[in-house]
Design a binder for this molecule. Structure first.
Ligand SMILES: NC(=O)c1ccc[n+]([C@@H]2O[C@H](COP(=O)([O-])OP(=O)(O)OC[C@H]3O[C@@H](n4cnc5c(N)ncnc54)[C@H](O)[C@@H]3O)[C@@H](O)[C@H]2O)c1
Length: 351
């Protein structure tokens, strides 16, 4: 097993070795001699975009009972419609800034608005969700001996001075900017995860998610892929933020869910980057959407938002070697699936 990375102490397995205390004891059900109980899994933010796809996968396995806790700020019951009423599924309207008492074996902690439009809407609430919400979920994990996975973000790298971004990179983040409620909130959430791990022996997993896209994204959430697809379908101009040469990488949601489950099930704490290393400029993405949906659409360059990173691309060596994971769905394959979902939701007839 590798020693702790000397540059920043970021760990994969190394910190598990240094843990002074054993993990909290899981439920006696796990050691039951005569019956194999289903795994009880809590998904916070499970009514959202990634969360609902994760719930689909966990439910489809047939081996789990899934509890979703969500305040429906950006998520919707609609995303979980097919599971409501299923005996292995429970949906709780709950805000993670309040404590939650449930008996579970695993916690996927996703609750947090992910798009700038929503996380900037009430920045104080966003940072409370990240800090108090994560503290509450860690407290729960400690009490019931559950393993907990945090969906952190590539935003912890800020406007990166290293490219592509490796997990060892500490980032270049503005602590007082308009995005800080999210970026710094997630950084504190990661800190809390590791402090609970070192101090209380909690089994933690941290995924650093890079831009993810797919069906069920909020249509008007201002994220670039949803913006372009919705604009093209509505026959509007595609608004590209200046200069248009800034890059992002886009991971299809089924690949992301696969990575999250592998991380939860594996032996590595992370942080581990999960994302698609294929890199596109915003202009290239706009052209791809235009070609797919409306070749006659016009592009319009608009003013950029403050602290918008110029480039973003994950180094996924760790995910490949430690989780045996890499994305399978290319942007050319994923965009039409998302466009079809948006077309149906926007009620736009097929051309
Ligand atoms: N989608 C991406 O590209 C991306 C990139 C990096 C990280 N992430 C992370 O992945 C997670 C899920 O993102 P998403 O894209 O599905 O976003 P989303 O907005 O669709 O989902 C977030 C969910 O959390 C719920 N929520 C928000 N605040 C809450 C609170 N205080 N209490 C309970 N529920 C609350 C929302 O109602 C929603 O259902 C987030 O933690 C996000 O930071 C996403």
């Amino acid at each position: 097993m590798a020693a702790a990375d000397s540059s920043n102490g970021a760990t994969t397995n190394a910190s598990s070795q240094a843990v002074p205390r054993p993990p909290p004891t899981p439920s006696p059900l796990r050691y039951s001699k005569f019956s194999q109980a289903k795994l009880r899994i809590l998904v916070t933010g499970g009514a959202g975009f990634i969360g609902s796809h994760l719930v689909d996968r966990l439910m489809e396995s047939g081996n789990n009972e899934v509890i979703v806790a969500d305040n429906f700020f950006t998520g919707s019951k609609d995303n979980l419609r097919k599971w409501i009423g299923h005996p292995n599924f429970e949906l709780i309207r709950h805000d993670v800034t309040e404590t939650l008492l449930v008996e579970v074996d695993q916690i996927y902690h996703l609750a947090c608005p992910a798009s700038p439009i929503f996380y900037k809407y009430n920045p104080v609430k966003t940072i409370k969700t990240n800090v108090i919400g994560t503290l509450n979920m860690l407290g729960l994990a400690k009490r019931v001996g559950a393993r907990i996975l945090l969906t952190s973000t590539s935003e912890v790298y800020g406007d990166p001075l290293e490219h592509p971004q490796k997990e060892e990179y500490w980032g270049n983040v503005n602590p007082i900017g308009v995005r800080s409620c999210y970026d710094e909130g997630k950084r504190v959430a990661e800190t809390l995860m590791f402090d609970y791990h070192r101090q209380h022996g909690l089994e933690i997993r941290i995924a650093r998610i890079f831009n993810t896209y797919g069906p069920r994204m909020n249509i008007d959430d201002g994220r670039v892929v949803s913006n372009f697809i919705a604009q093209a379908l509505r026959g509007e101009e595609l608004t590209v933020q200046a200069p248009g040469t800034q890059t992002r990488s886009f991971c299809y949601v089924s690949d992301m869910v696969d990575g999250l489950i592998r991380l939860m099930e594996g032996e590595n704490t992370g942080p581990i980057n999960l994302g698609n290393p294929g890199e596109f400029t915003m202009l290239e993405l706009a052209e791809a959407v235009k070609e797919l949906i409306e070749p006659s659409a016009q592009l319009k360059i608009t003013e950029n938002t403050p602290d918008d990173p110029r480039m973003r691309k994950p180094d996924i060596t760790k995910a490949k070697t430690l989780l045996g994971w890499e994305p399978k769905v290319s942007l050319r394959e994923g965009l039409p699936r998302m466009a079809e979902d948006f077309r149906l939701r926007l009620n736009v007839p097929k051309k």
